[in-house]
Design a protein around this ligand. Structure first.
Ligand SMILES: Nc1ncnc2c1ncn2[C@@H]1O[C@H](COP(=O)(O)OP(=O)(O)O)[C@@H](O)[C@H]1O
Ligand SMILES: [Mg+2]
Length: 294
């Protein structure tokens, strides 16, 4: 069961304001069992999982994967325009649904990061609409192109800061750092990390809580091969809608459901990955063909 169950359990339990003991009593297990589930050291039986969905009044999908079966619209963008010195976005239309795994492709300067900044609210639009059906503060997570890290904090302090913002329990952090191979650097200053380690730290901060929309801007740039492999494996068991700007063509065929190509300030192509594969093409071949980089 590769999933985000343990995060979901912690969050749902907290929302219901139950202690580990309260929950243990409700479903006839020990408090230690709940603690192991929440630390990711053990998993409940199907029967107990079903008990949990009843207590939290939720679905198995939500409990295990962080999203419901329903493929709901998360965000709707229409005729979005933005110019700096010259026009960057000339009328972008884009919808994202809760099950989407979207790769956002395009040459340098195509406006990909600008689009992310507009969605997040870091940049103001000139015209057009962005309708968000989620609570951006609670349900939107981002890993920016530039790491948003504080150099003179220790790794653990940086993480505790994010954890307090996202209402993630501090007791989760050791486990997460271990998974991300950052535990050995727990007490090192952020400034002393390598580029790839900083990227991993940024990733950890953006995925430490479940989100309904996760925006990742060139997440694997600067990571070594082992970390890149880890990254894509980790992404595989994250729930919610994910839009990733990436040129990591070795991996994206396996992971994404849709690809979007930005060109001349617009969404030039928006295609299901299955369509590309059914024409015996890889995403890289498709991209090179349509982006004139053959
Ligand atoms: N804050 C800004 N001020 C002026 N120009 C900007 C700003 N942000 C982006 N641009 C310009 O907008 C264009 C698109 O940039 P960006 O969205 O970063 O592209 P991408 O992420 O696709 O490489 C580029 O020409 C860039 O120079
Ligand atoms: Mg960019």
């Amino acid at each position: 069961m590769k999933n985000i169950f343990n995060h979901q359990l912690i969050n749902l339990r907290r929302q219901k304001q139950l202690s580990q003991n309260d929950l243990a009593n409700k479903i006839y297990v020990s408090r230690q069992a709940i603690s192991k589930w929440e630390n990711g050291d053990a998993e409940p039986s199907l029967e107990k999982l079903i008990n949990l969905t009843e207590i939290f009044n939720t679905s198995l999908d939500f409990l295990i994967l962080g999203h419901d079966d329903k493929n709901e619209k998360i965000i709707e963008i229409h005729d979005l325009k933005k110019a700096f010195d010259k026009p960057v976005l000339n009328g972008v239309d884009l919808d994202a649904y809760s099950h989407d795994r979207i790769a956002l492709l395009g040459s340098n300067g195509a406006g990909k990061t600008t689009l992310f900044n507009l969605i997040v609210g870091l940049t103001s639009k000139d015209s057009g609409t962005i309708n968000s059906y989620i609570n951006n503060r609670k349900d939107l997570s981002i890993m920016a192109q530039e790491n948003l890290l504080i150099d003179n904090l220790k790794v653990i302090e940086q993480l505790e800061l994010s954890a307090s913002m996202y209402e993630v329990e501090i007791s989760q952090l050791d486990n997460l750092m271990k998974q991300f191979n950052l535990y050995a650097y727990k007490n090192n200053y952020v400034a002393s990390l390598s580029g790839g380690q900083k990227r991993k730290l940024s990733l950890l901060m953006s995925v430490m809580r479940p989100s309904k929309l996760l925006l990742l801007d060139e997440p694997t740039v600067g990571m070594d091969l082992k970390s890149i492999d880890f990254f894509w494996k980790y992404m595989d068991h994250i729930g919610g809608s994910i839009i990733t700007i990436t040129h990591d063509f070795n991996q994206i065929d396996k992971f994404f459901s849709k690809v979007i190509l930005m060109k001349n300030g617009k969404i030039f192509k928006n295609v299901a990955v299955n369509d590309i594969h059914s024409h015996n093409q890889t995403i890289e071949q498709w991209y090179r063909y349509f982006n004139d980089e053959v």
